[in-house]
Write a protein that binds this ligand. Structure first.
Ligand SMILES: Nc1ncnc2c1ncn2[C@@H]1O[C@H](COP(=O)(O)OP(=O)(O)O)[C@@H](O)[C@H]1O
Ligand SMILES: [Mg+2]
Length: 501
């Protein structure tokens, strides 16, 4: 239930209770006033009758007495009067009264005996009545008789009923009015501001930091709204700062990766120079031959074809080199890892030949595609393969394999998904346990003489993290090292993959 509704209900209940209590007390008070009024009226009539009746000689002026009490009985609110003369045992009664007056005669008798006025409420001939009895005295002050006046209480009841209705109507109107007022007030000052606050908080949680609350009620809720606006602004500033910092960090990381790339190229430079040198030698040799055998059309043709072939080879090497070192923003596209690995091995071909390393390529059916940046992932594989080559200075076997498997990542054991696993294994120097714990640290290298930057694995790990992948390693000193790279597959079964490297 909403706060506004709760508050309205609670306040309304209090108001209903208070006003009902007030109404009840009002009715009681009205009844009391009306009763007193009626009693006073009857007492007044009684006193007048007493004065008149005590002045006359009762037994003698019977007709006057009868006339008097009949006249009183004619008053609409009076039911009748009974006069009793004790000495002569005479009873006068208004003609409006019938039988069954004994209780009132008994009341007169009691008032004479006790020498005081008596009052009572009762029922006479199905009418609710108020009876008032008093003694009559002669000139010497002796009790000679008594009078009882019977007054209808119906008039009073009628008045009370009317009063009840008017009080009830007034209270219902008051309750409706105040409840409406409370409803209006809670809506305006509580429900509306709170729902505005809630809505803006939800927007904020969804990331809309420009959400602002405009409350001018000048109460605690508007203080809260101001605090909320301040918080949203602080968050906005913090987010902008964070984005800025992240961009700077990203830029730094990109530069670091680029530097690492250039350093690797630097290390490969001699090999590359050699690779370009060989076709250049061939070109110069063949050009020499052409110069000598200009007249031999067939020889010219054959040698020029060789020159062309070697030029293409050089172009390819330079294109590969430029492609690798060019700096560009990382992109996301489906990649064929087989082709990427093939290209990388191609790039290191001279080094492989030079070190007399045997390369074994292993594949397991078609590979699912991996989404990522081809240059960045090539940098990873180049690092791993180059490290493996550096670990086998006197030759050895390099195993490169790629396969797909469904596994759950260690940290997220609950969810299995498809990964492509690329393994780079060498039978080189291997690593001690202690060394294995350090190799991913930036600038950590065991290679001397400018052969290592210590950034290869750091950068590779960063790139893999960006691709939601990771790297694992197994190594034994003197036996070799195995690096496993895991990259999430783009789809379950890929049509992009080829079965051979
Ligand atoms: N295949 C491997 N065999 C043995 N040691 C390795 C291998 N790959 C990496 N290492 C160790 O990890 C260190 C860090 O590698 P890396 O980050 O690529 O930097 P760098 O190659 O420039 O030294 C290397 O210096 C080497 O000691
Ligand atoms: Mg390296």
């Amino acid at each position: 239930m909403k706060l506004g509704t709760k508050l309205t209900l609670c306040l309304s209940l209090i108001i209903v209770l208070v006003l009902s209590g007030y109404g009840y007390l009002q009715i009681l008070a009205r009844r009391d006033i009306l009763t007193r009024k009626m009693e006073a009226e009857v007492r007044g009539t009684g006193r007048t009758l007493k004065v008149s009746l005590e002045k006359i000689s009762l037994p003698r002026e019977m007709e006057f007495v009868q006339g008097l009490i009949d006249a009183v009985g004619e008053y609409e609110k009076t039911l009748g009067v009974i006069v009793y003369h004790e000495g002569k045992d005479l009873i006068f009664r208004s003609s409006s009264l019938g039988d069954g007056i004994e209780p009132y005669l008994e009341m007169i008798g009691r008032s004479i005996r006790e020498d005081r006025t008596l009052e009572d409420f009762g029922v006479y001939a199905h009418h609710r009545v108020f009876s008032y009895a008093f003694p009559l005295k002669d000139r010497k002050g002796r009790n000679v008789g008594g009078v009882c006046i019977l007054q209808y209480t119906t008039f009073m009841e009628e008045d009370i009923r009317k009063a009840k209705w008017s009080i009830f109507t007034m209270i219902v109107l008051l309750i409706c009015g105040t409840v409406a007022l409370i409803l209006f007030a809670t809506r305006r000052w509580i429900t509306h501001p709170i729902s505005q606050l809630t809505e803006r908080t939800v927007n904020l949680a969804r990331g809309d930091l420009h959400s602002k609350i405009d409350l001018k009620s000048g109460d605690e809720l508007s203080d809260l709204a101001r605090a909320f606006n301040r918080m949203a602004m602080d968050l906005r500033i913090a987010r902008e700062k964070m984005i800025e910092e992240a961009e700077t960090r990203l830029e730094l990381e990109r530069s670091l990766r680029q530097s690492e790339k250039l350093a690797t190229i630097g290390q490969l430079a001699s090999g590359l120079a050699h690779e370009i040198g060989t076709p250049l030698n061939i070109i110069s040799g063949r050009t020499e031959l052409v110069k000598k055998k200009l007249k031999d059309q067939e020889a010219v043709q054959k040698n020029l074809e060789i020159v062309l072939l070697q030029t293409e080879k050089i172009t390819k090497i330079i294109q590969q080199l430029l492609g690798f070192v060019r700096k560009k923003r990382p992109e996301q596209k489906p990649l064929d890892l087989h082709a990427l690995l093939e290209m990388t091995l191609d790039f290191l071909d001279h080094q492989i030949q030079k070190q007399k390393v045997k390369v074994i390529k292993e594949t397991e059916g078609p590979l699912p595609a991996v989404v990522g940046d081809p240059d960045e992932l090539q940098q990873v594989f180049l690092n791993l393969i180059f490290n493996a080559l550096q670990a086998m200075p006197d030759g050895g076997t390099l195993r490169v394999s790629a396969s797909s498997k469904r596994i759950a990542r260690e940290r997220f054991t609950d969810r299995q998904r498809s990964y492509v696993e690329v393994c780079v294994e060498d039978d080189g120097v291997g690593m001690e346990k202690e060394l294995m714990g350090q190799i991913f640290a930036p600038f950590f290298t065991t290679k001397e003489g400018g052969k290592g930057t210590g950034l290869g694995l750091t950068v590779s790990q960063g790139i893999l993290q960006d691709h939601e992948g990771w790297i694992e390693l197994e190594s034994e000193p003197g036996k070799g090292t195995l690096f496993r790279v895991f990259l999430p597959a783009f789809e379950e079964e890929s049509k992009h993959g080829k079965s051979g490297l």
